[in-house]
Design a protein around this ligand. Structure first.
Ligand SMILES: O=c1[nH]cnc2c1ncn2[C@@H]1O[C@H](COP(=O)(O)OP(=O)(O)O)[C@@H](O)[C@H]1O
Length: 226
């Protein structure tokens, strides 16, 4: 958590902060690690597990339980956070943040280097965001969900865990399209869709349709001035 009192700033300034990740650039890990002491590193992870369960008497298979969380600022994001200089590695920092944010349910696994996916820099705020994806068993994921309310940061930086609905209902909106209309921190929404496509949980055509829908939704919000 980096404290930032948006309500103390004129709207146009807080608006600039909001859009800063739009200028983020993908970087190789080695390049990111060589950036120097002025840069702050953050690590986040998408935890997911296959599930055999299905909605509505088996008509809609859930397929996977993918975890995100509701943050203190009312936005959705992935669990993780700031990696301080004392941490021996990005993964150690991430595992410590997971313990604080998700609680003891994370004790059955660790995020390791092979779970790494990509890094993005935001030159304006001198922030580097590292992203990981970790496959768990359903039992491990359920243990995380069960123990999250006992975590140190629960009710403070974390307001609750959510699963991402991966299907689209008959109305064409219910399920994932409606979920994506929420407010997300940084580039998390795109990160989610890219990861689901890479893992072949969603096919490229579905992801492309969803991305177009997000762009239209953003345009609409811009038009009504929110
Ligand atoms: O889940 C995420 N994926 C990618 N970037 C994120 C995620 N959560 C936060 N960020 C970005 O990381 C930076 C630090 O975020 P923030 O200040 O909210 O830290 P925190 O997550 O430790 O509370 C910001 O640039 C924010 O946009």
């Amino acid at each position: 958590l980096v404290v930032w009192c948006e309500n103390l700033l004129p709207n146009h300034v807080s608006g600039q902060k909001q859009s800063s990740m739009a200028t983020s650039n993908k970087v190789e890990l080695a390049e990111a690690l060589a950036l120097g002491p002025a840069w702050r590193h953050f690590s986040y992870v998408m935890l997911y597990a296959p599930t055999p369960r299905a909605l509505f008497g088996g008509r809609i298979p859930l397929r996977y339980a993918v975890l995100m969380h509701m943050r203190f600022d009312g936005r959705l994001g992935f669990p993780g956070g700031f990696v301080n200089d004392q941490c021996p590695s990005l993964e150690d920092g991430l595992n410590q943040e997971l313990l604080n944010k998700l609680g003891e349910g994370v004790s059955t696994f660790s995020v390791v280097h092979t779970d790494y996916r990509n890094s993005f820099t935001d030159a304006k705020s001198k922030v580097v965001v590292h992203f990981y994806v970790k496959c768990l068993t359903l039992e491990q994921l359920q243990a995380v969900e069960a123990r999250a309310p006992l975590a140190k940061d629960y009710g403070l930086e974390v307001f609750g865990l959510v699963r991402v609905p991966l299907y689209t209902l008959h109305d064409g909106v219910g399920g994932l399209p409606a979920f994506l209309e929420n407010s997300f921190i940084g580039t998390t929404r795109e990160q989610l869709l890219d990861a689901l496509q890479d893992l072949e949980i969603l096919d490229p055509q579905t992801v492309s349709v969803l991305k177009k829908r997000i762009a239209q939704h953003k345009q609409l919000l811009g038009l009504i001035g929110t």
